[in-house]
Design a protein around this ligand. Structure first.
Ligand code: HEM
Length: 263
């Protein structure tokens, strides 16, 4: 890391890698679609189940990407303790990526989505639809998880609305456009922030400036391997969970259970 102080001329920094951005926007599309199909029900409930499995894959991918992905996407990089949060609130935090307070909302959203998906897998609607793992638990447990699943959707809606309002507040009040970096991956960063910043691939500020100038992003091969590992984990998890409903493991569904829905 360079220690030489820079002037305040803004520099373009590659903040969010493509997998993180794809994850975000696919999630932002899938969650409202899953909520809408769940509320409408009827024949759309089949799509609710499919969207749930898709979101399961997205979150599984993000959890692995948060460990082995590029620097700014890693939880260890942006999840900070109370001292960092207080420093941020005092205006003393310098950096790119999620700020220490925003990191809490990231964890809250991912945690809530994980519980929502987890409960949905064991849920049933008392008519024709059963989550892919509903037959692995008693009817009582399935009913309780169904109630939790129904209730938590409102928590999820509240958190997502708060999230969108917070982004709008940053644009309007703090004059900081967080949205553009989540779309393009690039952020305009004041020179002095670059002294403590790294780009999405963990390069020092000087490398980041080279990336901005069009040279190859450092660590690209490592990034591709990490992406493949995270995607393989997500795919394997969805496959394992969905096997009963896709019919590749008929023995997983007890004979007495209602007919598996045509997912
Ligand atoms: C269902 C809807 C949404 C969900 C579930 C959601 C969830 C998330 C999550 C989990 C992150 C963390 C990204 C990561 O590190 O992987 C995030 C970040 C972000 N989201 Fe959303 N989001 C939603 C909708 C939106 C919308 C509508 C906007 C635009 C107004 C938006 C703008 C952003 C931005 C700008 C960030 C980065 C914040 C930062 O710089 O720290 N999101 N969102």
């Amino acid at each position: 890391m360079t220690t030489q102080a820079r002037d305040s001329t803004p520099q373009r920094l590659h903040v969010w890698d493509l997998p993180t951005r794809l994850f975000h926007w696919l999630l932002a599309a899938a969650i409202p679609a899953a909520i809408a199909t769940g509320m409408i029900g009827g024949e759309l409930i089949v799509w609710h189940g499919r969207l749930g499995l898709f979101v399961l894959g997205l979150v599984a991918f993000r959890l692995v990407w948060g460990i082995i992905g590029t620097r700014n996407a890693r939880f260890a990089q942006f999840v900070r303790g109370p001292r960092a949060i207080l420093a941020y609130l005092r205006g003393e935090w310098r950096g790119v990526g999620h700020n220490p307070l925003g990191a809490l909302s990231v964890l809250a959203m991912l945690g809530l989505i994980a519980v929502q998906i987890g409960s949905g897998l064991f849920a049933n609607d008392d008519i024709a639809f059963r989550g892919p793992l509903a037959d692995q638990v008693s009817d009582d447990v399935s009913s309780r998880l169904t109630s939790l699943h129904s209730l938590l959707q409102y928590g999820l809606i509240a958190v997502v609305v708060l999230h969108a309002l917070a982004i709008a507040w940053y644009v309007k009040v703090k004059r900081e456009n967080l949205l553009r970096p989540m779309v393009t991956g690039w952020k305009e960063v004041p020179g002095e922030v670059l002294d403590t910043a790294t780009d999405a691939d963990g390069a020092e500020a000087t490398d980041a400036v080279q990336v901005a100038a069009g040279s190859e992003a450092p660590g690209a091969m490592r990034t591709v391997v990490a992406f493949l590992v995270a995607a393989a984990f997500a795919g394997a998890l969805v496959y394992a969970v969905a096997r009963p409903v896709f019919g590749s493991a008929p023995s997983a569904v007890p004979a007495a259970a209602p007919a598996a829905p045509a997912w």
